[in-house]
Design a protein around this ligand. Structure first.
Ligand SMILES: C[S@@+](CC[C@H](N)C(=O)[O-])C[C@H]1O[C@@H](n2cnc3c(N)ncnc32)[C@H](O)[C@@H]1O
Ligand code: SF4
Ligand code: SF4
Length: 331
């Protein structure tokens, strides 16, 4: 998600002043997952994958996205590289001049990088520790090694894709931040950090307390200030390092479609807006209900994740934030 923020700076202005509707659709392109992560329980939905949208249904979704002036498509899941037709989906989006991001655990990256490289603007590879802890956290032997091999293979394709490591910060990997920053430097790619979101009944015990987060993000900010290529903006990091509040604009910035086509904003409104097979984004975005919800969400502060806080900063067109993002354009 942070990726889409600096690929589309002109679109940010259109989003803010002209269309006044979300500019990014994040899509759980499949429910299938090959991992068993300790921080994320989406792998449990694997058995629902028979009802995942078909390729043709996803093409229609992308048509509707274009019609609603959406300019960014993020494919995640589940594990997107388990979907055979992912390259065709990304190609379809690119043909519509919609920029593309793939978020992957990297297990199949080496095998599939040739297929997706031409159609992927941003590749986010999730790595939570640069040692054996990563495999433990993901419940898959060889996951770290394969993700790194995949990044190296992808880089050898010499595409324009920007590659970013995404680290989900939990109690388990607080001590692994320095090693990951060094890994991103050695690979010559960007890195981002996210505090984990709580999934009730699954991962609460792994949530770092505010002091642990403050210590971790204070270290991250020092690395960033000394020139390491850390994608999170200084303003975002400061939310944890010095405790700041933000006004949430995330629902005005992006919308999420699950693997079966249900359209969601966020936790602040648990009910779907409808299903993309029957409804259009345009219809939803122009409804009074949606506009009212976006206004009310400005008072909510539930989320810690960068996609929410950074999209809120982007929405304000905060000049310091924009400069921070622009710095990574040539990386
Ligand atoms: C749900 S995964 C889907 C894509 C792919 N399977 C992967 O792992 O990269 C998307 C991102 O969420 C991260 N993630 C996992 N658990 C999380 C949590 N509890 N809170 C926030 N992000 C989390 C993953 O590490 C990954 O970067
Ligand atoms: S983080 Fe990704 S790989 Fe791990 S369970 Fe969730 S969807 Fe699967
Ligand atoms: S902070 Fe609240 S309104 Fe904003 S994205 Fe999170 S749950 Fe939704």
């Amino acid at each position: 998600m942070h990726s889409q923020l600096y690929s589309n700076i002109p679109d940010l202005f259109i989003n803010r002043y002209v269309s006044r509707s979300p500019m990014v659709v994040t899509h759980l392109v499949t429910s299938m997952c090959n991992a068993r992560c300790k921080t994320c329980n989406l792998w449990k939905k694997t058995r629902e994958h028979k009802d995942d949208m078909t390729k043709e249904e996803i093409f229609r979704m992308l048509d509707k996205a274009k019609e609603a002036r959406i300019s960014g498509y993020v494919a995640w899941g589940g594990e997107p590289l388990l979907r055979k037709d992912l390259p065709e989906i990304l190609h379809y989006a690119k043909n519509k001049k919609i920029s593309t991001t793939v978020i992957t655990n990297g297990y199949f990256l080496k095998d599939r990088c040739d297929e997706i490289a031409r159609f992927t603007d941003f590749l986010i590879v999730s790595i939570d520790a640069n040692d054996e802890l990563h495999d433990e956290m993901r419940g898959v032997k060889g996951m770290r090694e394969r993700a790194i091999e995949g990044i190296v293979a992808y880089k050898n394709r010499k595409t324009d894709t920007k590659i970013i490591i995404n680290c989900t910060v939990s109690k388990l990997n607080l001590g692994k931040i320095d090693g990951l920053i060094e890994l991103s430097r050695d690979l010559g790619i960007l890195i981002a950090f996210e505090p984990m979101e709580i999934i009730q009944g699954y991962n609460e015990h792994l949530q770092p307390d505010s002091e642990e987060l403050r210590t971790a993000f204070s270290r991250i900010i020092k690395y960033k200030k000394s020139g390491y290529k850390i994608v999170n903006s200084v303003q975002y990091i400061k939310n944890f390092a010095v405790k700041k509040k933000y006004v949430c604009h995330a629902p005005k910035f992006y919308i999420t479609v699950d693997a079966h086509g249900n359209i969601f904003s966020c936790e602040f409104r648990k009910n779907p807006w409808g299903n993309i097979k029957e409804k259009s984004f345009k219809e939803i975005f122009s409804s009074d209900d949606f506009k009212r919800f976006c206004k009310q969400s400005e008072k909510c502060n539930l989320c810690n994740v960068s996609c929410v806080i950074e999209s809120s900063l982007a929405y304000k067109l905060d000049p310091l934030f924009m400069l921070d993002k622009l710095k990574h354009l040539d990386t």
